[in-house]
Design a binder for this molecule. Sequence first.
Ligand SMILES: [Zn+2]
Ligand SMILES: [Zn+2]
Length: 406
Amino acid sequence: MLETNWKKELLTEQQKVAKDCICPTCGGNASNQTLDCNYCGNENLAFKKDIERITDVLGNLSEEQLKDPFVMISLLKLGEYSSLVSDLSMEDINKEYLSWSETIIDKLISAKELTVVDQEALINLFGNGDFYQNEKASVMQNLVIANTARQAVHYSPELVYGALQQCFCQLIKLNVKEATMEKKKLEEGTAGEAQSYIARIDEKNFDDFMQHGGTFILNTLGHEARHIYQNYKRYHSIVEDRNDLIMFYESIVRSKKPEIYDDNYLNMLVEIDARVYGAIIEQQFLKTMFGVSVESIKREYEADYALLTNHDTMRVIDDKKVHLEEEVLSSLNEDPELYDKWSQFHYEFVKDNGCIRFKTTSELIDDCLYNSDSAKNNLYYALIDNSRKRDMAMESRQQMSSSVTM
Ligand SMILES: [Zn+2]
Ligand SMILES: [Zn+2]
């Protein structure tokens, strides 16, 4: 990736520092005075070693090499720890960074070529998924993506990939700090996929972006970031609204009957939710960077948004149309341990004499009254509404059967 060895070494070491500065015993940060843990005082050997190695790498550089913006970015990323390896103050480093980033932004805006040296410094800035929040960095990242999108300049694939990775981090890292992104050859026709907290972007999707531009890749980033957020909410039993519950039910049914995914692809709420988010991210980028709004994306988004708000739980399962909740109820009675494992079930279902059943409308109303989290009111209203519909359907079934027996 990087042409010179010392840059590779410096990058590796500075990434190690970001990890190792956290005390393995208590999780506290290492002190930039004593190098030991600020909180429990334990000696942090790994961190000391990293600092020694960085000092070595920098010590072997010539005057000229030390002026390379790559070094300045490394120091910037080391933050308070830069004082351990350099005489420059944080103020000096920030000043240098600001003036360098201004010239880069000018070049990016006027679509001028960047030198290899500047591209490599930018690769360091965007990082390899080590999320670095900085206003100028976001501006440069968006300009690199925009210039590639309109094929105004051809940057190195590493730089463009770095910009996309940084963009992905902005979409998800604040919610899910374990999230990572990688480039991989995926099944034909798959633009991206998400598994647990890893987003995979198809190599062809990326190559296509490099060669032909466009903004579809931002849609993919948004789409896969959203799947990661869905996974995060599921793993942590976070339910903010009825859609979170429906998506959770989909995952439960899918784990028992994987074919539900393909049989209902266009109606799966996890996909609709991810498509809506992907479209929003692409559209926002187009608006901010090019001042345009693309009708086709908007139309697609509107159609999906309607599906997102209608709370339809009808799915095709085993060639029959069934409500997801009913399918979940039978799964729960087949496998009652599930009920205790996931608290998401406790909103709509209750264990009653060893048997799991739907909560009654009156039980749901009680839950709503005793609920202290006002953000969840809409969730309860939706559940009560749904339960009433179930009551009505039950009544009309009973009336029908009594009129038949008469
Ligand atoms: Zn400690
Ligand atoms: Zn998807």
